[in-house]
Design a protein around this ligand. Structure first.
Ligand SMILES: NC(=O)c1ccc[n+]([C@@H]2O[C@H](COP(=O)([O-])OP(=O)(O)OC[C@H]3O[C@@H](n4cnc5c(N)ncnc54)[C@H](O)[C@@H]3O)[C@@H](O)[C@H]2O)c1
Length: 402
């Protein structure tokens, strides 16, 4: 016995390539399709609509196909209501839970579609009266209603290839000097716009920023009010403070590039000084720390979150070593972000990438093409990977902006 379902998709289906991907998916999953309605958008801005009747050889094939079509923006014409089951214990959900992507998603509750609040990757959806809230597994409480199955779910992926409004003007990876210059130009406009829209530019940075001469341009960007918050780990702060106190980073003199005698102690000395003062903020207030990125954050009241890692020395007192608390603190800062700049940190960059909805404009700068592209590959034309030295990139950005 064959089974049928009618599905619908809307958007820039042809020029984004989405329609082809929908057709391919149906055939690859072992089903067939018949186009029952197709209306092409007549102008550049108008969307197209397609309705297909799909026929599958079994319930299993049909169910799996409907799941696979969701991220392509195709779902049943006559939506069923989303199903929920109650969580059996704190931090535990029913086996058949729905796991979110980073794209805007709606849930069918009663007769209406309700947008998921706090959209991000890998959350479950908790339904409370007429609200649907993206919730981390560990935050689910026993008895809460959790969306299960795939009925009554609609995903709106961005029209990636077609939407050339932003970074789509180039490929996902940028490395030539001219292209880097173009990205910087675009970023300058984005940061200005983020400020005007009351949004925020969040910088996620690793210690390589310090080693490559990025401290001075970062200080300029912070002072010019272009940085809304900094997310990082122990090392950025340690090496920045080592440089501020002793002129070295990892024992190498920042100006001459020479290894300083006994310099390998310097980062531990820096941690010791800050621990004795009671923390970074306290060290600035006591006049001990008088320059560098962390100093500038304190004096300009730019919030920073330092998340711990298993390789940390010290750590500095401000480093959050409870990973759940660190994740929550990152997520809180990112809630208002409209531009995110990820600078040479695979660890914190990937963590942040997983927390962002696909609509946030993201630039990932890394010398390793694999890292830059992976970080930027979030199914969105709003993200781009820039393969270059982070110190050079920051100098270019600060020269254009501050
Ligand atoms: N002493 C310490 O306490 C210490 C030291 C190092 C790291 N850590 C911690 O370890 C964790 C991971 O550290 P991480 O984020 O530095 O490492 P990471 O490996 O996650 O990322 C470093 C990235 O920098 C890139 N890179 C290297 N040189 C570059 C350049 N010139 N320009 C642009 N990109 C370049 C690399 O390709 C890599 O992707 C963090 O939490 C950090 O705080 C602690």
């Amino acid at each position: 016995m064959s089974l049928r379902a009618r599905i619908r998709a809307e958007g820039h289906l042809i020029d984004s390539g989405k329609l082809t991907r929908i057709f391919d998916r149906i055939v690859q999953d072992g089903a067939t399709y018949e186009v029952v309605h197709f209306e092409i958008g007549r102008t550049n801005d108008q969307v197209s609509t397609v309705e297909l009747r799909i026929t599958a050889p079994s319930t299993e094939v049909l169910d799996e196909l409907l799941v696979n079509l969701l991220p392509l923006g195709a779902s049943r014409v006559e939506p069923k209501e989303a199903r929920t089951e109650t969580a059996p214990a704190d931090g535990v959900v029913p086996e058949d839970f729905y796991s979110t992507s980073n794209h805007p998603t709606e849930i069918r509750l009663g007769d209406s579609w309700v947008s998921i609040e706090r959209p991000r990757m890998d959350t479950v959806v908790v339904v409370e009266e007429d609200r649907a809230v993206g919730t981390k597994l560990r935050d689910v409480r026993k008895g809460q209603r959790v969306v299960v199955g795939r009925d009554g779910i609609r995903v709106h992926p961005p029209d990636k290839e077609r939407d050339r409004a932003h970074f789509g003007f180039m490929t996902n990876e940028v490395s030539s000097e001219k292209q880097v210059e173009l990205v910087v130009q675009r970023l300058v406009a984005d940061i200005a716009e983020a400020g005007e829209r009351d949004g925020r530019t969040v910088v996620v940075a690793g210690p390589v920023v310090v080693h490559t001469g990025g401290v001075e341009p970062m200080e300029r960007l912070i002072s010019a009010g272009k940085v809304g918050a900094i997310l990082s780990g122990n090392a950025l702060a340690v090496h920045d403070i080592e440089r501020a106190l002793y002129g070295t980073s990892l024992g190498v003199h920042a100006e001459t590039g020479e290894t300083v005698t006994d310099g390998h102690r310097n980062h531990i000395r820096a941690i010791n000084v800050i621990r004795r003062a009671g923390g970074i903020t306290a060290a600035v207030e006591q006049g001990i720390l008088t320059r560098g990125i962390m100093h500038r954050c304190v004096t300009e009241r730019v919030p920073f979150v330092l998340a711990g890692s298993v390789r940390d020395d010290g750590p500095l007192p401000e480093v959050i070593t409870d990973m759940n608390a660190a994740q929550n603190a990152y997520a809180e800062v990112l809630r208002d972000a409209s531009v995110v700049l990820i600078l040479s940190t695979m660890l914190h960059g990937i963590a942040v990438g997983n927390m962002l909805p696909s609509s946030v404009r993201t630039v990932c700068v890394d010398i390793n093409p694999a890292v830059a592209t992976k970080l930027a590959d979030r199914g969105s034309s709003e993200a781009i990977g820039v393969v270059t030295d982070v110190g050079l990139f920051l100098s270019l950005l600060a020269d254009r902006i501050a």
